[in-house]
Design a protein around this ligand. Structure first.
Ligand code: SAH
Ligand code: SF4
Length: 355
């Protein structure tokens, strides 16, 4: 287990790594060598860094780390296509990362915070409350863990979605620094368009994101099309209501020319009604946007149920009558509690029972 006192090398930019190694009396080219071991070869240990002198490897092993913590639990779905890992961080916090294998893609769903402050009623992470922000290394390190595993099978991480635990735009600086790191052409070199950031709708952060002309796609978790309904499901709506949110979304589309995705977890007889569908159609009519409809993944702390396939189809029909396109997404890995936050809950409950 790494300790809090150790430097996680994935926290450092190339200039910072260069400074550290210069302080250790190393020649300038060493930083680039280490960088390539980190981001090109996905080294899992310092022993693998065969181009470095033994004394440097020993010092790195003593004072720095390459991993974010310990794997507390790891689970494969019954079809073997989805794998979920629960990491325990050095301070005892837990975070979850999920690998989803599709025909051509290897998509990772990563966490940006331990817990979440936004309190969405149907979300397992929201139900546990906020613990802390993740560091850059803790965000990047989740990707590197799976990059190593996939490399052993001659495969790569092809896509990332920031849809694990936490609200990415609440941890803006570290999340976007992690994006910059993962897309760095001298390092991991993932295309910016391959990383999707999902937000509950923090308006000032959406505007900042638009102003920075970010290339990473943005998804907004809408889930309801009236303030009354949205305020019930997403407490954040009471601070930043729908009209202002939609204004920020239009600002983003105008600034970046990019399509916006809206997430909608369909909950039976809650937000899957024809009335909500019509309101959503009115809200998005004529906008450069797309709706992802996801039947609710039931969680321990919320009584709602997923919508029936018939209701999902009716909802979609109403949307299309407004010219609003939508896709129904199936939650992967339901049998391994792959919805965000659910594996931690199970782990802690099991541990509680064992004690
Ligand atoms: N905090 C960000 C990203 C993490 S949640 C956000 O809220 O957008 C990723 C997505 O999963 C969000 O759209 C969220 O609303 C959705 N989600 C959370 N719990 C869910 C559940 N139980 N069933 C279906 N979708 C859920
Ligand atoms: Fe946080 Fe997103 Fe869950 Fe809401 S849905 S509580 S914003 S992680």
């Amino acid at each position: 287990m790494p300790t809090d006192a150790m430097i996680n090398l994935y926290d450092l930019s190339l200039p910072e790594l260069t400074t550290l190694l210069a302080e250790w009396g190393q020649p300038a080219y060493r930083a680039r060598q280490v960088w390539e071991w980190l981001y090109r070869h996905y080294a899992g240990s310092f022993d693998e860094m065969s181009t470095l002198p033994g004394t440097l490897r020993e010092r790195l092993a003593r004072e720095t780390t390459l991993v974010i913590g310990e794997v507390a639990l790891s689970q494969n779905s019954s079809d073997g296509q989805t794998k979920k890992v629960l990491f325990q961080l050095p301070d005892g916090q837990y975070i979850e990362t999920v690998l989803m294998r599709y025909e051509k893609r290897r998509t990772l769903c990563i966490s940006t915070q331990a817990g979440c402050a936004m309190g969405c009623v149907f979300c397992a992470t929201g139900q546990m409350g906020f613990m802390r922000h993740l560091s850059v290394a803790e965000i990047v390190g989740q990707v590197m863990h799976f990059a190593r595993e996939l490399a052993a099978e001659d495969q790569h991480v092809t896509n990332i979605v920031m849809m694990g635990m936490g609200e990415p735009l609440h941890n803006y600086d570290n999340t976007l620094a992690a994006v910059d790191r993962l897309t760095d052409a001298t390092g991991f070199n993932l295309g910016a368009r391959k990383i999707t950031i999902s937000t509950v709708g923090l308006i000032p952060a959406i505007r900042r994101y638009a102003d920075e002309q970010r290339q990473t796609p943005l998804a907004v978790s809408l889930h309801a099309a009236t303030d009354e309904e949205r305020g019930r499901l997403l407490p954040v709506n009471r601070r930043w209501p729908l009209a202002e949110l939609m204004e920020a979304c239009r600002y983003y589309v105008a600034k970046t020319g990019r399509r916006m995705t809206f997430e909608w977890a369909l909950i039976a007889e809650e937000n899957d009604t024809e009335e909500q569908a019509h309101k959503l159609g009115e809200l998005l009519r004529g906008m450069l946007g797309h709706v992802n409809l996801i039947p609710l993944n039931p969680t321990a702390g919320y009584g709602g149920k997923p919508s029936s396939p018939e209701q999902v189809a009716r909802f979609q029909e109403v949307l299309s009558s407004y010219g609003v396109t939508s896709t129904v997404r199936v939650r992967r890995g339901i049998d391994i509690q792959a919805g965000c936050g659910q594996l931690r809950d199970r782990h802690l409950n099991d541990a509680g029972r064992a004690a």
